[in-house]
Design a protein around this ligand. Structure first.
Ligand code: NDP
Length: 485
């Protein structure tokens, strides 16, 4: 019998599901059991051509619609996503292995928020009137054209919407390539947009590995590339896009600092560290994986952290009581286990976890290392798994310098009751998305993105509009033209 997660076909182009079994088969493995639940096929050059030519052709008419009309469609799509939240959350769980407890509140709901927010903004995207005596300049905010979205595997519904919603609101069309690891959810986003009344061809999904992504990025018809992925992939995609002088948004990885001062509320700080390391089993780009704890509260913090981490419920992700799921793939599990071994070998003190869980599927116990030092591998490299490094510090000046000593700059957090210090420290940290007495909140109203190697551009908020549109300026002369001859 066909598994309920099996999509009707691999791709979604011009308003319908399209199959081409000549492409490389991509097995979809349910991370909680290791079973294959579906198969899709990587896009062949014919499929890529179909998607790009369709998106190119559909964009002009879409951009001619009023912002109100475009916005209405996006907001309808948001309503449909919310009505189907349970079904979409189950699919997200099959795609990623994340527990339903999370997917019910963080994935289709976040996607719906993006569709609603950018749907609401679509009608207000206007230019300016700039008076120059009798003459004037007016500006128009125009679509970029055909945009390519490429997703990572940790938030397949959310990424498809965070890229699609602002792109479409501005009058662009999109071809979206999910990660080969999680190909299922973006197809639903495409299907829902059609059901909400979107014209065929403005949002297309094609499957495939990096080479399909690369063929999209280098196509001359493409005007913009928005990638969520790792820094090495980001460098390649950015360079390929630069060759064609295309616009880019790069949402890349991090090794973000979470700084906890002596005066912090311990339970809130522990809660922030748990959210910033163990949500989605640590597979979150903005995670605060370097937890700097001021020496005065170190042992108290570690004791409370170990106690609360012991309450994590590992198990069937479809059981809403489960609060901690598996790694997305066996490969990712092995990468993370490799980092845990490095942590042990380099002398970090294991506080809890540290092993593969004794279960089917790709589960790793939530792991905390203390006495981590700045040069250890686990403190320098992005692990993308449930491994928290706790580092000691004494002074504010010292911790800010150490926190900034990394190529990354996605996020940063600080816990303290001293608000003057909180703002000062955040002001001195090199990071794009920051938190005071909290960690990892990502509402659509707030800009999201990194500095340094963590990225270029911002997603969400009004900032995203700037990255999916461009300004045309028009000088209007009322009098005669003066010329030298
Ligand atoms: P990868 O960088 O491996 O892949 C990202 C996407 O790019 C995938 O769809 C991948 O395809 C595709 N790709 C790979 N090579 C190329 C290429 N040469 N040209 C075009 N596309 C290509 O990242 P992961 O999927 O492993 O995701 C984890 C990473 O994503 C982490 O480093 C994490 O920090 C980052 N991330 C960043 C976020 C942010 O917003 N800043 C949010 C979430 C994750 P395929 O994998 O199918 O081969």
């Amino acid at each position: 019998m066909t598994h309920p997660a099996q999509p009707k076909a691999s791709h979604f182009i011009n308003g319908e599901y399209v199959e081409d079994t000549a492409g490389t088969p991509i097995p979809v493995i349910y991370a909680a059991t290791g079973e294959q639940i579906a198969t899709v096929y990587a896009a062949t050059p014919t499929i890529v051509e179909q998607a790009l030519s369709t998106a190119k052709a559909a964009q002009k008419e879409w951009a001619k619609m009023t912002g109100t009309e475009r916005g209405r469609i996006l907001r309808r799509a948001a309503d449909i996503m919310r009505e189907r939240n349970h079904e979409l959350s189950v699919l997200e769980t099959y795609d990623t292995g994340k527990p339903l407890q999370e997917t019910l509140v963080a994935d289709a709901t976040s996607g719906a928020d993006a569709l609603e927010y950018f749907g609401g903004l679509a009608a207000s995207l206007t230019g300016e009137h700039i008076p120059l005596g009798e003459d004037w300049v007016y500006t128009k905010r125009e679509a970029l054209g055909l945009c390519v979205g490429i997703g990572a595997w940790n938030y397949p519904t959310q990424i498809a919407c965070w890229k699609g919603a602002p792109a479409l609101a501005c009058g662009n069309s999109m071809v979206f390539k999910p990660s080969e690891t999680t190909p299922l959810c973006a197809l639903k986003v495409a299907e829902i947009l059609i059901e909400a009344g979107a014209p065929a061809g403005i949002y297309n999904v094609v499957q495939g590995m990096g080479e399909v992504g690369a063929s999209l990025v280098t196509d001359p018809r493409v005007d913009k590339v928005s990638l969520t992925g790792s820094v090495p992939t980001g460098k390649k995609v950015y360079a390929a896009a630069a060759e064609g002088m295309k616009h880019v948004t790069m949402e890349l990885g991090g090794k973000s600092p979470l700084i906890i001062f002596d005066d912090a509320d311990i339970d809130n700080a522990v809660g922030g560290a748990i959210n910033g390391n163990f949500y989605s089993s640590g597979q979150v780009c903005s995670n605060g994986t370097r937890v700097f704890v001021q020496k005065g509260i170190k042992e108290k913090f570690l004791a409370r952290l170990a106690e609360r981490t012991g309450n994590a419920i590992l198990g069937d992700p479809m059981d809403e009581a489960t609060s901690f799921g598996p790694m997305v793939t066996e490969n990712q599990m092995n990468i993370v286990l490799g980092y845990i071994e490095k942590g042990k070998a380099e002398g970090a003190r294991l506080i809890c976890g540290g092993n593969r869980a004794d279960k089917d599927g790709f589960f790793i116990e939530p792991t905390v290392f203390a006495d981590v030092t700045d040069e250890m591998t686990i403190a320098r490299e992005e692990i993308f798994g449930p491994v928290m490094s706790v580092l000691d510090f004494e002074t504010e000046e010292e911790v800010v310098a150490r926190a900034n000593d990394t190529e990354f700059g996605l996020s940063a957090g600080v816990f303290t009751k001293d608000f003057t210090r909180a703002h000062r420290v955040i002001g001195n940290l090199e990071a794009g998305s920051c938190f005071i007495n909290s960690y990892n909140d990502a509402p659509v109203e707030a800009p999201f993105g990194g500095v340094k190697a963590s990225g270029v551009g911002r997603e969400n908020s009004k900032e995203a509009i700037k990255h999916f549109s461009q300004v045309k300026s028009v000088y209007v002369r009322m009098g005669d033209v003066e010329a030298a001859f």
